[in-house]
Design a protein around this ligand. Structure first.
Ligand code: NAD
Length: 296
């Protein structure tokens, strides 16, 4: 049994904390939103009066917040309250520089720190089947692994501090670009008189095969479980894809990486999110491509 402080009990953090409780860990949580606290309490999480209050008796502190600014904002109080040598795990999706800064703050305060962002969405968080991408020292990784394995089905040690966030944004840049590519191909096929099913039958077993096509297919029909079959209800929301590609774009610029498609994908999803797609699954980008192509 590990004493865990869980800060940020939202869509992802709530079910992740609940899975730690189910596995027998003692979880004390905090969130600034009262409904998140109530849901966590119903799932067996002890509620603290503040983040610092939750951290003071914890062996491990997990944060699951939205942005790098939020993480760096809450860290000082948490670090000050925690006992020496507490392990800080940040599972938020944030920029690499903020992740490294958070770890540095933890180490300078006499603690240990790591980035461990996730993929798998809310369903993965509920099912305990997330993938964790971890940037950490080897010994810290080994200490965190049993806890992460409660919340996830796959835990990958990607390298030192920041490497987990680097893996997350690189993966999601592939995903964003490939969804646009698949959607453009379907719209072109439609305009050429090709049925969606025929294109799917060919590409799903040919060299165009990819997750955006075979699991999250942007047209209804070929993959019955894909969000296209339920009017693009997420799934993985356009707002989150826009956020992750924004982080990728920052990283492309700061490293001077020549990534024309990643840059365009960030621009395309920013417009998609701003113009009504924020709450739709990111595969809804096909509707924009159709509209821009003068198709129905
Ligand atoms: P969310 O907005 O539902 O949860 C964030 C929670 O943090 C909220 O409940 C908010 O009240 C709380 N919070 C904000 N400031 C706080 C503070 N100072 N102290 C305590 N609590 C505070 O977001 P989410 O969907 O759970 O996503 C969390 C992170 O996981 C994000 O970085 C997101 O990019 C990433 N992520 C989300 C998904 C997804 O499908 N939702 C998938 C993979 C990764």
């Amino acid at each position: 049994m590990t004493k865990v402080a869980f800060i940020g009990l939202g869509h992802m953090g709530g079910p992740m904390a609940a899975n730690l409780v189910k596995a027998g860990h003692e979880v004390t949580g905090f969130d600034v939103a009262p409904p998140a606290l109530e849901a966590a309490k119903a799932n067996g999480v002890s509620i603290a009066a503040s983040g610092a209050d939750a951290a003071k008796s914890a062996e491990v502190v997990i944060t699951m917040l939205v942005s790098g600014a939020q993480v760096l904002d809450v860290y000082p109080a948490l670090l000050e309250a925690a006992s020496p040598d507490t392990l800080f795990i940040d599972s938020s999706t944030i920029d690499v520089d903020s992740a490294r800064k958070a770890r540095e703050l933890a180490v300078n305060a006499g603690h240990r720190g790591m980035d461990a962002p996730v993929s798998g969405g809310v369903m993965g968080a509920e099912a305990g089947s997330l993938t964790f991408m971890v940037g950490a020292d080897a010994s810290d990784f080994e200490q965190a692994r049993p806890l992460l394995e409660v919340m996830g089905k796959k835990v990958v040690h990607c390298g030192d501090s920041g490497a987990g966030q680097a893996a997350k944004i690189c993966n999601n840049m592939i995903l964003g670009i490939s969804m646009i590519a698949v959607s453009e191909a379907f719209v072109l096929g439609e305009k050429l008189g090709l049925s969606n099913q025929a294109l799917f039958d060919v590409s799903s077993t040919a060299s165009g095969q990819c997750w955006a096509l075979t699991t999250n297919c942007p047209v209804p029909g070929p993959v019955p479980g894909s969000p296209a079959n339920r009017d693009y209800q997420p799934g993985f929301a356009g707002s989150l894809m826009a956020k992750d590609l924004g982080l990728a774009l920052e990283a492309l610029q700061s490293t001077g990486t020549d990534a024309k498609l990643g840059t365009m994908a960030a621009d395309i999803y920013r417009h998609f999110a701003d113009e009504g797609g924020a709450g739709l699954d990111f595969s809804g980008i096909i509707k924009t491509i159709r509209e821009n192509s003068g198709a129905k």
